[in-house]
Design a protein around this ligand. Sequence first.
Ligand code: NAP
Length: 271
Amino acid sequence: MAPFPSPTSKWHTETYPSISPTRPELSARGKTIVITGGGTGIGAETAHHFAEAGASRIILLGRREQPLLDTKASIDSKSSGVEVFVVPTDITKKDEVDEAFARFVGNGNIHVLVSNAAVIGPQDAVGDVDSDRFLDAIQQNLKGSLNVAQAFLHYASKDAVVIETSSSAAHVNFAPGFAAYSIAKLAVFRLWDSLAFANPELSVFHVQPGVVDTAMNREAGGVAAMGFADDGKWEDGFIGSGVTSTNFYTSFSAGKLQCLARQSRSSFLKG
Ligand SMILES: NC(=O)c1ccc[n+]([C@@H]2O[C@H](COP(=O)([O-])OP(=O)(O)OC[C@H]3O[C@@H](n4cnc5c(N)ncnc54)[C@H](OP(=O)(O)O)[C@@H]3O)[C@@H](O)[C@H]2O)c1
């Protein structure tokens, strides 16, 4: 039974063959992929699956260089034929974002943007939270996504795909302390929808990854607080930057899903 309100009749907690990035119809061959927050957790795992799917270029953005380098090294050790670029970038700073895109996308086009970077912000209820910290967290999430959206539009291929790592917290109340995060996630969701509305040639997907054992999830109390974790089969023992293997047991399915969502209209995502 689904632990959350579910829009689909079937609820998967483990990965399954029809979303495998190695399936020919899910190939990302020749594609350029940009992933924000690509050094850790769901972003790093998504990068792995795009490499598995045969992407040509993967550009990883995040503030800290080391996690990005670790993700690159891990992909390089397993996948040939993919170029991975590491761009330490604070996406809340427009000049850094513009420079990163100009340097690493240049005259090329982006086929897939995974807008994944986020912060959870202060975890206090509306009645208690410091208003500056509350608004700052919402602003960081929204501004970062806006800067990335604007840069992306300059380089997007004609039929480019955006995959936003959203959250069920955008729509469902889990705990009073998720107020800043929930508001930010809903705002970012509508930002990408607004971009899709203005640019109908683009496809925008919002992926809600479930409960995934990552650094951000732990900051929010972790899997124990949720009383539930999405699971996945660990195929090859990859241990990523600064996290334990359990992070990837759970982010494995989410990463695959992000990769799958790239497919045109993804009409097969029917639960
Ligand atoms: N884990 C879950 O259960 C869960 C559930 C629903 C949705 N999500 C969503 O999944 C996405 C990824 O989170 P995660 O769970 O994988 O946690 P995570 O490992 O903490 O990932 C967050 C990433 O965002 C990057 N980031 C944050 N602020 C940034 C900034 N200003 N500029 C550039 N990069 C920035 C971080 O890298 P640096 O710190 O190096 O910048 C980090 O790589 C988020 O959008 C989150 O809301 C997660």
